[in-house]
Design a protein around this ligand. Sequence first.
Ligand code: LLP
Length: 419
Amino acid sequence: MDHYNLIDGELHVEDVPLARIAEAVGTPVYVYSAATFQRHARAFRDGLAAIPRKHLAFAVKANPNLAVLRLLANEGFGADVVSGGELARALAAGMAAKDVVFSGVGKTRAELDQALQVGIGQFNLELEEEGVVLSQLAVARGVRAPATIRVNPDVDAGTHEKISTGRAENKFGLPIDEALAIFGRLAPLPGLELRGVALHIGSQLQSLAPLERAFERVGRLVADLRAAGHTITHVDLGGGLGVRYRAGDTPPSPAEFGDMVARVTRDWDVELMFEPGRVISANAGVLLTEVLWVKPGPVNPWVIVDSAMNDLARVALYDAWHDFEAVRPSGEKMTANVAGPVCESSDVFAKGREIDVVKSGDLAILRSAGAYGATMASTYNSRPLVPEVLASGDRFEIVAGRISAEAIMAEEHVPDWLK
Ligand code: LLP
């Protein structure tokens, strides 16, 4: 459920006509709905109502906008971060350091130290040496770092290859069959408070089966760790729950996910941690764009819009589907390709798709762009960095400005010896 609806024949975000935002801010622009974020945040939490002890950490990478993070902090979410930059954002948005979990396979020593300095809630370690270094840094600061080891359960998440993380050949996590030994070597280190296990097997999961298989493996590991005398108080189950991008997608609901988690983890006696990203944010955002041209093509016409792969990379990267809809649909349909202005053949949002009839100057949206949208934008082709707007009820506000090509050029410099 989202809050993008036709009212009197015109697409609105909550009570705001999208055309009003286009007029005020220009296009392309990401538009977010506060009520949709809230709804998804609450649905996720409600789905986990049966879990007695839990910590919800929004995966900042999905949508790091400060206003979005603040909104989710107000809903009781902490943050799952993967860089010093994301950590700084979570704190700037008003999240407490203790509610931050630090994931990622390539944390730098400086980032580990930055996180120790502010006192984050948990480090998810990806390799043994990282644990050794973290312990040394913590000892130097006179603290103990709360940490888990992230394991790779070798489960096929059944999602796109580029967003699978839990198979043995992926770079993420420690091999689960070595986890007991590695935990045993790291646990005595003086700078670590090694307290649990973490995993994350992939993103946009359309089925609970791989998650359940992975969780069961982690449950057996927790039992083995306890049998070896370790105290296990936390298990981080990661993110990954898929969303509906197109008709026919049937992702598990947060309630079904919650039922499965409650069943599998019934006897674990730990605090469970979750790192949802997409399920909270994807359908809370759209990319609002203007049709520049309708160019005749040999098979289908090309609808050339003013947003491109640099603004929304998901289609070019993962062959992802984003619904394309006119802001003022006439009810008539046509078969067309939808593409951006960037000079790459992969800058195509839709091919041979039945879409609303549009013409030059019309506004349209690409749906489900609230996760991994603006955050993956670039300035390729020297295009401005796309802005973001947050709407709530009948008001809206720019929450990230458009960064012009000139502003980016101002950071560049031609050496004197070339002049
Ligand atoms: N936790 C960890 C350790 C992760 O690596 C990720 C996502 C998440 C949580 C959140 O996963 P989610 O709940 O959003 O599925 N750019 C790709 C998605 C990359 C996901 C990377 N990791 C896309 O646009 O589909």
